[in-house]
Each structure stands twice: as C-alpha cells, then as structure tokens.
Design a protein around this ligand. Structure first.
Ligand code: UDP
Length: 334
C-alpha cells in the first residue's frame, strides 16, 4: 500500500509528539502543524518528520499544505488545556479550542479529506452521576475548557451529517508518563499535573507538593483519577486513525485504563519508584475537581480493538522519572 501522509496539528505537544513518533515508526509520513506556543521543536525527534510552524486557523497556510500533500487524515491535538485559566479567560479557550478548528475543518471539506481524530476529554462529562464513566453518560462540562471541547464534538457530528466527515473523538482521562526510551516527555510551563509535580517536589524543583483536599468521599480522602500512559494514548490514536481510513464510522470513546488511583497512592508509588520521600503539605480542595473520574474503557476495545497495556501507575511514574533524570532534565531547552 502507498505510504499515507497524516497532518498532525499540535504534533509538537505532549501527547502529539508521542503519537507522531509512533506514526513514524508505523510507516506513515507525518507533517506537523504547531504554533509552538506550548509545543516544543525539540519534541520532534524523527528524521523525515516535517514541522510546519503555524496556526490551525491560518487558512492560506492550510490550503498550501493540503495542496502539497494528499493527507489521508488529520489528527488534531492543538489546544489549550489549563482548566483554571479557562475559567478566568474563557474567550481564549473558545477562540483557540473551538473557533480555530473550524478553519481546519473548512479546508478539509474543500480538499475532501474526511477522516479526523480529535483530542477530546473526560472533562466533557462534568460531575459524574455514575461510575465508571461510559460514553453515554450525560455531558455537562463544568469548565470552559470542557465546554470548548464538547462543542467541537458537536461540530464534528454536524459535519458528518452534512459532508460525510468521519471522526474519532477520543476522551482522554489523565495522560501521564513519558516515552520509554526517555527521549521525549512532558514539559508544561506552568506545570499543573500531579505526577510531574510529585517528581519535581522530590527533585527539589518545587518546595513541596500540595495535596488538594483530604476530605473527599473516597477511601483515603483524596481524589481518584484514571491515569493513562501517554504511549498507550499514542497507540489508541493510531488505532482510531486506521479505523477511519479503513472506512470506519464516527466514534466517540473514552481512553482510560478503568483503574482508579488516589492522590495518596500516586505519592506512595512515586516514593517506591524513586526511593525518596515526597515533601507534602495538605491543602484545600481545588475548585471544580470531582472526587472520582474513572473510565469504562470497553467501547475503545470493541470499536478500535485498543486497550491500555500499562494499567499499573508505576510504569507511568517510572518513565516520567527517567525523563526528568535524562539529559534534558525534564525540560526542553528552547
Ligand atoms: N492534584 C493535587 N495537587 C497538585 C496537582 C493535582 O493534589 O498540585 C490532584 C488534583 O486535585 C486531582 C489529581 O491530583 O485530583 C490530578 O490532577 P491533575 O491536575 O494532574 O489532572 P486533572 O485530573 O485535573 O485533569
């Protein structure tokens, strides 16, 4: 079969860069479009992967790219993902996460490219009414971030009805871990995610970890999340892409392990992996944090033939620790 070319918007970001490496290994030609606001040039490590610096809202640039390449599909990661910032600056999120992709979709329609893999989120469900979360759970997102993503899910459905766009909306749970070879990893600025913060506290990069809330209705009083290894997310994207390109229908599915882990369990596991104590203080709840978010991962298995290989959070902490102690020290240089 002829080599397929895939446009990866946001391919220099955390989840995007891990997916790009897998696509490259699987023999796809990859063109990344990334504005490098949160992405990193250094996260693009494979020879032959083209990085175009630009925005998904730049129509002339997109038209030029679609003219040059016959894209078999688009994977769209490019988005802002700070839930707290989305509350204080909602327009930034609606502009970037909801409005900008319209341009990308318009150009896809113009060039008759009809396969789209979309980074959605478990934040589209809002406060869980029942656990584990199945895809038919009501979607009542609490934050503008969650709403900005849900609106794209709706837009994709309407594009399917109108011009046959087939899409996979992948609702991520808590992406974590780094590449097994330690070459690329997670580098957010500012960092707000639990696992890197726990490890940064061990390394002395931050004075301590604050646990947000110890009075939740969970066994140990701390929040429970479903942590999923970023390389498992990458395999899910490739499975979703294959499914669409092979004529599969539009899907919306959870990407999680189905295993719930508490904040305290993450801390204990990090102490086991590193052999060092995490300096911890116990603080107030963070507004908007549900007590538990755990995926029912069955649909992804049924529809995409995918399930997470790494269900043990240890492997996520180990790879994150390797990245932090690697040559880049957990931070890209630029
Ligand atoms: N958390 C915490 N302290 C921190 C950062 C996060 O206790 O400094 C908790 C947070 O309340 C949540 C879990 O860790 O229960 C995962 O948070 P993260 O921000 O990594 O992901 P989210 O679940 O918000 O997408």
């Amino acid at each position: 079969m002829a080599q397929q070319t895939i446009l990866v918007a946001g391919g220099a970001g955390y989840i995007g860069s891990h997916t790009v490496r897998l696509l490259h290994r699987e023999g796809y030609k990859v063109v990344i479009l990334d504005n490098l606001v949160y992405g990193h040039k250094e996260a693009v490590v494979d020879e032959g992967v083209e990085l175009v610096i630009g925005a998904v809202g730049d129509k002339p640039l997109l038209q030029e790219l679609f003219k040059k390449h016959q894209f078999a599909a688009v994977i769209h990661f490019a988005a802002y993902a700070y839930v707290g910032e989305s509350v204080t600056d909602p327009l930034k999120y609606y502009r970037n996460n909801t409005a900008e992709p319209l341009t990308l979709l318009e150009v896809m329609q113009e060039f008759e490219c009809k396969s789209f893999v979309f980074s959605s989120t478990c934040a589209t469900y809002g406060e869980p009414q029942k656990l584990p979360l199945t895809e038919d759970h009501p979607q009542n997102p609490v934050s503008p971030y969650g709403k900005s993503k849900l609106m794209v899910e709706w837009i994709l459905e309407d594009c399917d009805t109108a011009w046959g766009l087939k899409s996979a909306s992948l609702r991520y749970f808590n992406a974590s871990g780094c590449s097994t070879d330690g070459l690329i990893g997670e580098d957010h600025n500012p960092e707000t995610h639990l696992i890197p913060l726990v490890l940064m506290a061990i390394r002395g990069e931050i004075p301590q970890l604050t646990v947000f809330g110890t009075d939740y209705p969970t066994e140990d009083g701390t929040c429970i999340r479903d942590y999923i290894h970023v390389e498992d997310l990458a395999t899910a994207h490739v499975a979703a892409l294959r499914n669409l390109v092979d004529g599969g229908d539009t899907v919306r599915c959870n990407l999680g392990t189905g295993v719930g882990i508490s904040v305290k369990e993450i801390i204990e596991s990090a102490e086991e992996v590193t052999g060092q104590k995490v300096p911890v203080v116990y603080g107030e709840r963070r507004p908007g944090d549900p007590a538990q978010l755990v995926a029912d991962p069955k649909m992804a298995k049924e529809v995409l033939g995918w399930e997470a290989e790494r269900k043990d959070v240890r492997s996520m902490i180990e790879t994150a620790w390797t990245w932090m102690n690697g040559p880049k020290g957990g931070h890209y240089g630029e």
